[in-house]
Design a protein around this ligand. Structure first.
Ligand code: RB5
Length: 194
């Protein structure tokens, strides 16, 4: 089964058994309408959940981007690293990419010194199309034409203000579909058969 399907089924099951049923038990005095309003307020996510991760070389860079996006109202899941102690970029690239591939997070942001190692790592995860960018044009086109779901930036390459601009454009640009979707499908077919 595709990971997104499994994730949805598991999510719905957990929601019923660990969310809805215990909740109804605790609040049996409320009517259905009140239950629905409370559920809506608690669960509806206005902004997409974004996975974020970096190695030590980009730790401070990640913190700045995280603060910037949080300030804008994005919800972020931070997969580390959490200090400047030396780590391996591949662990963070893969972890962020897996959370996107299984549908837990809608998109992923990954950072290392150059953005190269962590983008290569993310691209090893099935279903991931990671782009490493150092300017906004590629970031925009990578969304419109390639439907990229992970953006990699190099903390030693891109200044923080340019990085914010790239992240903004990448997060706010949609996939054009059409002929581009056929090409993405070819990539997925290769990925699924080799
Ligand atoms: C760490 O020194 C550095 O190699 C890493 O951050 C990254 O640039 C790898 O691609």
């Amino acid at each position: 089964m595709p990971p997104l399907f499994n994730f949805t089924v598991n999510y719905c099951r957990d929601l019923v058994f660990f969310g809805v049923l215990p909740y109804l038990k605790r609040n049996s005095n409320r009517n259905v309408f009140q239950h629905l309003i409370i559920w809506f307020i608690k669960n509806i996510r206005i902004m997409p959940l974004i996975a974020i991760g970096s190695d030590h070389a980009a730790f401070e860079f990640k913190e700045e981007i995280r603060a910037y996006l949080t300030e804008k109202g994005y919800e972020l899941k931070d997969f580390g690293t959490y200090s400047t102690a030396r780590v391996d970029y591949c662990d963070y690239g893969v972890t962020v990419a897996e959370s996107v591939a299984r549908g837990e997070c809608e998109k992923g942001l990954v950072f290392c010194g150059t953005g190269v190692g962590i983008s290569i790592s993310a691209n090893k995860v099935k279903g991931i199309r990671a782009v490493v960018c150092s300017e906004p044009y590629s970031a925009k086109l990578s969304r419109e034409h390639n439907d990229t779901n992970v953006l990699a930036l190099g903390a030693r390459v891109v200044g923080i203000e340019l990085a914010k601009m790239i992240v903004d454009i990448w997060l706010n640009t949609g996939f054009e579909g059409g002929r581009h979707a056929d090409r993405i499908e070819k990539i997925s077919n290769y990925e699924n058969t080799h």
